[in-house]
Structures are given as C-alpha cells and as structure tokens.
Design a protein around this ligand. Structure first.
Ligand SMILES: Nc1ncnc2c1ncn2[C@@H]1O[C@H](COP(=O)(O)OP(=O)(O)O)[C@@H](O)[C@H]1O
Ligand SMILES: [Mg+2]
Length: 250
C-alpha cells in the first residue's frame, strides 16, 4: 500500500541545510498497522507529511497504491496532535468537513458521520460544540473526521500526546478496535514506546536527525489488543528492547 525508497528530505534554511531524512526505506502492506518511534526532531512528522502529500521530498520515492505522492490524496486520512476542530461548528459538522470540501453532504453522509461518532462513544454529542467536550472527546471526534471519507490509509502524528495516561489507554483500545473493524492501513507516530508496541504489528525505530531507520521490530501479538497486555512479560521485553535504542550512554 505504501512504499518508501531511499527517501531524502533536506530543508534549506537561512542558517544552512537541515537534513531531516536520510535513505529511509519502508514498505507497508495493505491493512497493516505500523508505528514509528524516534527522538524529537528526527524527522517523524516530516515523514508523515510527505506521506500525506503536505510536504515535498528532495530525493528517493514515496508511493501510495503504486502512485507517487504529489499532493494530498482522497484516500488518506490524517489525525494531528491537536484535534483542531472548528469552534463555530458542531461536532457533527466538524466530522463532515472533509466530505463537504468534495461533495454535497446529504443523508447518507450524515449517517456515516453519526455511525463513526457512535463507534467512539460520541453518538449523543453530534450537536454539541467542541468547547463542550473534553480533550479526549475532541480527539475522538478528530479521529472520526479523519475516517469520514473512508480512506484506505490512516496517518496519525502523536495523536494522544496531549492527553492524560488513562484517556490515552482508553483511546488506544479504541484505535485498535477501529483498525480491526475498518481494515485500514495505519501509520502511527508516537513518543510512547508502550503505545507503539500496544497498537502496532511492526515498530519502526528511527535514529536522531538525519532520521534513518535503525531497526524494524515485529510485534508478535495478535490483532486484538487489550489493556492486560500492558502487564505481560513479553510486552515489557519488547519495550525494553526498543528503549535500549534511546538510552544515553555515559
Ligand atoms: N519547514 C521546516 N523548515 C526547516 N526545518 C524544518 C521544517 N520542518 C521541520 N524542520 C526540521 O527538520 C527536523 C525534523 O523535524 P520533524 O519532522 O518535525 O521531527 P519530529 O517530528 O521527529 O520531531 C527538525 O530538525 C526540524 O527543526
Ligand atoms: Mg513531530
């Protein structure tokens, strides 16, 4: 579904070039869930923006479904760290926004939005405004907005980084369920190694800038993830293995 080969990104700045990504190679299968972890500034957001068609690359190739990525695609949905809901629109109207940009919104579209909101427990909040919802609820709505046009690919850039730990755990369980029920190809960027291991089938470990892939770790758990996984020895072992890449040696 996604193919990245020898990808390079250099940002020219007034104080010289910033080499953000260096020789990144990665293939992601249709329906796969991949998480990317790496230190701050290693190019994770840059990589996701390139996949979303929001940023150009300066070398190599990046394709989705065989086509080079040149601009934002209709079959990709994106969730950002902040929910960025429009305050003057209801939750339902916010979720429908990506559809409105492309077509007339009728009964079928409204039903699709309602179904998504039901799926994340926000069914009764369709007519509420963002300020009436907690941060976790707003981020749930942002996930619905990313899914409303039924994209094949879901890109998430630290979507739960601003939430408290318990809300985050609950949303991780929900993302796992949504991924299983909708069969999307998912790419998650996160600072949290446990979150990466909890959700992904493969965890991609990136080096400090210029970002390169230093390891790809298969997560041996089945598709259904529940919170008791967090306490298992296998889970702890995988976490420790990934964390070892980021330990500062004195
Ligand atoms: N538009 C830009 N112009 C110049 N430098 C940028 C730009 N965007 C990101 N960078 C730089 O590229 C590097 C990677 O950034 P980013 O992809 O945001 O990293 P991450 O998401 O892993 O924290 C950083 O050093 C950042 O300062
Ligand atoms: Mg980032």
């Amino acid at each position: 579904m996604i193919s990245i080969e020898h990808l390079e990104k250099v940002y020219p700045t007034s104080s010289g070039d910033i080499h953000a990504l260096s020789d990144v190679n990665l293939s992601i299968a249709d329906g796969e869930f991949v998480a990317i972890v790496g230190p701050s500034g290693c190019g994770k957001t840059t990589l996701l923006k390139i996949l979303a068609g929001l940023e150009s690359h300066t070398g190599g190739t990046a394709t989705i479904a065989g086509a080079p990525i040149a601009k934002p695609r209709g079959d990709v949905g994106m969730v950002f760290q902040k929910p960025v809901l429009l305050p003057w629109r209801t939750i339902g109207q916010n979720v429908l926004l990506p559809l409105e940009l492309h077509r007339k919104v009728g009964r079928a579209e409204k039903a699709a939005a309602q179904n998504l909101l039901d799926m994340v427990g926000l069914g009764d909040f369709v007519s509420k405004y963002p300020k009436e919802l907690s941060g976790g609820m707003q981020q749930r709505a942002a996930i619905c907005r990313a899914l409303v046009h039924d994209p094949a690919v879901l890109l998430m850039d630290e979507p739960f980084g601003a939430l408290d730990a318990m809300t985050r755990d609950a949303l991780n369980v929900e993302v796992n369920r949504i991924w299983r029920e909708t069969a999307k190809t998912a790419v998650l960027i996160t600072h949290s190694i446990p979150e990466a291991v909890f959700l992904a089938q493969r965890v991609i470990v990136m080096s400090p800038r210029p970002g390169r892939i230093v390891d790809v770790i298969d997560v041996p758990f089945g598709p259904t993830r529940t919170l008791d996984l967090l306490g298992s020895p296998e889970f702890a072992d995988l976490n420790a293995r990934i964390r070892s890449y980021f330990e500062v040696t004195a």
